[in-house]
Each structure stands twice: as structure tokens, then as C-alpha cells.
Design a protein around this ligand. Structure first.
Ligand code: ADP
Length: 230
């Protein structure tokens, strides 16, 4: 196990639709090391979202084990999953999912406010992250006053403010033009390289997957290809 942040052992996820059983994941084994930057690709219906939901502690496997930093969370209750998710996982979505009537600063500090043991110095942490992401002059703005790229940077800031073990991103550039996509991917690269944040990202685009150091292709609920880029 060692420095594996994520360790999946023969994970199955089956959905029952009446008589029919759908194997969304058909025995996936996968280890992701601390500091890795992984892109997940594959056609629609190949199991990417199911995988992200399980790794993100939003759902549990039907069969198999999932160790998150060495802890088997595969049989955790919904409440225990939510607790570990709040502590260990940061999420970034295609549609940013920012609160629209809430300022940039308030959006970013949200996860800390929910956190019972947020350090008194949390505002320092928020400001430091805003500076890192080039948002320091935007703290009083509302999301609709920002460009798509800036909004996604706010979402990334919110996702990492808690110092998560793992940053999950679901098509984070899906709503952005190419230039802005590059800008956002440069942010992910820099967080991975400079801060050592472990990133797992789903994308349909080869150009985006190229930013990762490892590309895993899914097909029919299984890993088809797992490539490390030099
Ligand atoms: P992807 O993200 O690659 O498009 P998904 O993980 O969403 O793939 O889906 C994998 C398979 O599981 C598909 O056949 C999909 O229809 C099925 N599936 C996903 N979620 C559910 C669900 N809640 N109920 C029934 N079937 C589902």
C-alpha cells in the first residue's frame, strides 16, 4: 500500500434496473500514488462517473475494496463517507458550481466554515490560496462578474482550501474555450508540481489528458489502457 492515496481492489458496481443488472464497473483494480496526476478517459457509459463517485466517497462499491489513504472505506455508512469526503476530497466540476449570490471570498472559505475544527488562521489560508490562483483582487466580486476561467479558478481554490488528500475534477474544461482551458490546465499542473497535490481528472479531450502524467482509458466498466507519460 505504502504511498498509495487510492487503492481499488477488484471493484464492482452493479445497478439493478428491474430484471436487468448493469455492471457499471466490472472488477477495477487501480492504485494512485501521492503526487500523481491522472487523467481518466473513455467513451460515454464506460464507467468514468461511477469510478469518480466511488473514489470521491459519494458512493460505495457493490463488491471489492477501496482504500483511501490506507483506510478501507468501501463499507462505510453514508454519514461516515460524507465525513471523510469533507476532510479528504476536493471537487471541481464542469459547471463550476459556485454560489451565485456569494462573493469570491465567501465561496472559497465555505468548506472551512463547514469544518468543525477550522483553524483560527483560516482567513490567512484563504488569502494565500487566492494569491496563488491570481484571485486576490477579486475577493469582493460575485461569480457572474468573472470570466469562465476565473470562475473555475475560484472553484479550484474552494476545492483545495481544506488541504484535501485528493483533488477530483470532472471535465473541468468542458465549458471553456481552448485558451481558457489551457489557462485552467496550467493551474492544475502547477498545483500538482509545486504543491504536490494529487489530481484525478476526467476528460474527453486528448489535449487536456496530455497535462496528466498518467492516462487511464476505460471501456465497458474496465480499464482498457493505463499509460504513464514520460
Ligand atoms: P461515464 O461516466 O463513462 O459516461 P457512467 O459511470 O455514468 O459512465 O455509467 C456506466 C454505466 O452504468 C452506463 O451503462 C450507465 O448507463 C450505467 N449507470 C450509471 N449510473 C446509473 C444509475 N444510477 N442507475 C442505473 N444505471 C446507471
Amino acid at each position: 500500500m505504502g504511498d498509495d492515496i487510492v487503492l481499488l481492489e477488484t471493484v464492482y458496481k452493479t445497478y439493478s434496473l428491474g430484471e436487468v443488472e448493469i455492471a457499471a464497473l466490472g472488477g477495477v483494480s487501480l492504485a494512485i500514488k501521492k503526487g500523481d496526476f491522472v487523467a481518466i478517459m473513455g467513451p460515454s457509459g464506460s464507467g468514468k462517473s461511477t469510478l469518480m463517485n466511488i473514489i470521491g466517497c459519494l458512493d460505495s462499491p457493490t463488491k471489492g475494496a477501496y482504500y483511501l489513504e490506507g483506510v478501507d472505506v468501501s463499507r462505510f455508512s453514508k454519514n461516515k463517507l460524507a465525513e471523510i469526503r469533507g476532510k479528504k476530497i476536493g471537487f471541481v466540476f464542469q459547471n463550476f458550481n459556485l454560489l451565485s449570490r456569494t462573493t469570491v471570498l465567501e465561496n472559497i472559505e465555505l468548506p472551512l466554515i463547514y469544518h468543525k475544527n477550522a483553524p483560527k488562521t483560516y482567513l490567512d489560508r484563504v488569502r494565500q490560496i487566492m494569491t496563488t490562483l491570481g484571485l486576490d483582487k477579486r475577493e469582493k466580486n460575485y461569480p457572474n462578474q468573472l470570466s469562465g476561467g476565473q470562475q473555475q479558478r475560484v472553484a479550484i481554490a474552494r476545492a483545495i482550501v481544506n488541504n484535501p488528500t485528493l483533488l477530483l475534477a470532472d471535465e473541468p474544461t468542458g465549458n471553456l474555450d481552448s485558451a481558457t482551458s489551457k489557462e485552467v490546465m496550467d493551474v492544475f499542473s502547477s498545483l500538482n508540481q509545486k504543491l504536490g497535490i494529487t489530481i484525478l481528472l476526467v476528460t474527453h479531450e486528448e489535449d487536456i489528458a496530455r497535462y496528466a502524467r498518467r492516462v487511464i482509458v476505460f471501456k465497458d466498466g474496465k480499464i482498457l489502457k493505463d499509460t504513464h507519460t514520460p
